[in-house]
Design a protein around this ligand. Structure first.
Ligand code: NAP
Length: 495
């Protein structure tokens, strides 16, 4: 069942991907689930079944924890330089196979190839960055205030980590966890989203090729994520849960982890405001809005969810955004001309449409899009709304689709209050030519990340994460990402 050679010898012609099989990747071996059941993988552009992956049972989960435990000592004792070289090799292999991986991501997730290529490059960077960080983990040495002893602090791998990732970035959300965990010296079990398991398995084959020893990375797919995760967390050898997904599931997992006092990192939902002041460069703001809104067809936790535009520039911005959104090519992600692919599921389309119709019912004006098209595939058209009232559901819920709701504002204090009127606090965007105002507003917005005159902020070298209901902890950045996978050990010593 080793998929590595077949997968990477393939021409990125989509039809080939429908034929290869996958196994649970446990202890460096590919295997079916213990009861032989499978999960079907759907192409969201056609609604056709394209593959089937094993549906892991509790016994499979236990085997994965066992494999991670068996590999733990060897990996934590592997010299940092060697770990770094293996991580660097992962970066190189992902980069070499970028086209194949991008095609696979487009196929199972639906995102446009250009977005998938961007994701592969981003995913690879987590390995490059953490290869560089792996050899720079250092401790502390100081004198106790009493003068009686020295304080020595050593940073050690936290232990076995359970990693759970969503479908919207099938490669990058996994590498953002795996690379720092491995750099820190931990072994892991990854549970990718059921909608997009193929990328996770393809990457597992590649880690093996890069020299990651058996059991250091294990990958299991399951249609019972609750019980399977609970069983893994109940094993006393598991010391870390790192989750990326919705706030609702994050809350459930925090409660589960609390039973066993397990360290948690939570990258949860967002509701990003995109603020455009009158003095902004209009074209730059429109360019930024298209990236912040339409990267991954709006299926991003950092996606601009509420666009607040100051009165003086409002009409020009709304018309400019309508023109750009209406001109986008909608189609299968695997088609190189596509700029906006399908949504992940029919349920996602229904939710987006419900939010749009709710806003329209409350007085918002639809400038383009706004109706579910006929035919196969989970499509929703790029949609712009203006005069969206604060009580519209989309002002408070993640849209997670290609819908841009615009609201007008008059003053700075007013827009800061509106931007903060949400339980979320992941990302925010500000456009203004006045840098002092930009920094002032940035300091008052309650979010973990701000893009000032930019439509994109994600960078493996910067700490990614949210405040409020958007999460706990940070991924990436200098020391932040690795620190989530380490424990400080303090030694008091008299010399
Ligand atoms: P989701 O429904 O929360 O699922 C995320 C992952 O959790 C999937 O692997 C899912 O497995 C698993 N899961 C679901 N229920 C579980 C349970 N009871 N116990 C253990 N695992 C469980 O989220 P999604 O729809 O895939 O992703 C979209 C959400 O992720 C959005 O809210 C988005 O904002 C957020 N997100 C956040 C970030 C960030 O960095 N802050 C990044 C990307 C996405 P199944 O697939 O098998 O259900």
């Amino acid at each position: 069942m080793n998929i590595s050679p077949e997968l990477f010898d393939m021409d990125p012609d989509m039809s080939d991907y429908t034929t290869f099989s996958h196994g649970l990747y446990i202890g460096g071996k590919w295997r079916p689930s213990s009861d032989g059941r499978v999960i079907e993988v759907i192409d969201p552009s056609t609604e056709a079944v394209i593959a089937a992956v094993p549906d892991a049972t509790l016994a499979d989960a236990a085997a994965a924890v066992e494999a991670a435990a068996e590999a733990a000592t060897g990996w934590r004792e592997t010299p940092p330089r060697r770990r770094s070289e293996i991580l660097r090799r992962c970066f190189e292999l992902i980069t070499e196979r970028a086209e194949t991986l991008a095609a696979l991501i487009s196929l199972e997730n639906g995102k446009a190839l250009r977005d998938a290529r961007g994701e592969v490059a981003y995913a690879a960077e987590f390995f490059r960055w953490n290869a560089e960080e792996a050899v720079r983990i250092s401790g502390e040495f100081g004198l106790a205030p009493s003068g009686a002893n020295r304080i020595v602090v050593d940073y050690q791998p936290i232990g076995i980590c359970v990693l759970i990732t969503p479908w919207n970035f099938p490669a990058a959300m996994a590498t953002r966890k795996i690379a720092p965990a491995l750099a820190a010296g931990c072994t892991v079990i990854l549970k990718p989203a059921s909608e997009t398991p193929l990328t996770a398995y393809a990457l597992a084959a590649l880690y093996e090729e890069a020299g990651v020893p058996p059991g250091v990375v294990n990958v299991i797919t399951t249609s019972s994520p609750g019980p399977v995760t609970a069983a893994m967390l109940a094993d006393a050898r598991v010391r870390k849960l790192s989750f990326t997904g919705s706030t609702g599931v994050g809350r459930v997992l925090l409660a589960e982890a609390a039973k066993h006092v397990i360290s948690c990192s939570m990258e949860l939902g967002g509701n990003a405001p995109f603020i455009v002041f009158d003095d902004a460069d209009l074209e730059a703001a429109l360019d930024g809005a298209m990236i912040a809104k339409m990267r991954n067809a709006g299926e991003a936790c950092t996606a601009a969810n509420r666009l607040y535009v100051q009165a003086g520039i409002h009409d020009a911005f709304a018309e400019g955004l309508r023109r750009r959104m209406a001109a986008l090519n909608v189609g299968p992600g695997t088609d190189s001309e596509t700029e906006c692919g399908p949504m992940i599921t029919r349920k996602a389309v229904d939710k987006i449409d419900r939010l749009v119709q709710d806003a329209a019912d409350r007085g918002a004006k639809i400038l383009c899009g706004g109706a579910v098209p006929e035919g196969r595939g989970y499509y929703y058209p790029p949609t712009v709304l203006r005069d969206v009232p604060a009580e519209a559901a989309m002002a408070h819920e993640e849209i997670f689709g290609p819908v841009a709701p615009i609201s007008r504002f008059e003053g700075e204090a007013e827009v800061i209050a509106k931007a903060n009127d949400t339980e979320y606090g992941l990302a925010a965007y500000i456009y203004t030519r006045d840098l002092a105002r930009g920094m002032r507003v940035a300091s008052k917005i309650e979010s973990g990340m701000i893009a000032l005159n930019r439509g994109l902020m994600s960078d493996p070298a910067a700490p990614f994460g949210g405040v409020k209901q958007s999460g706990l902890g940070r991924e990436g950045g200098q020391k932040h990402g690795i620190a989530e996978f380490m424990e400080a050990k303090y030694v008091a010593v008299t010399i």
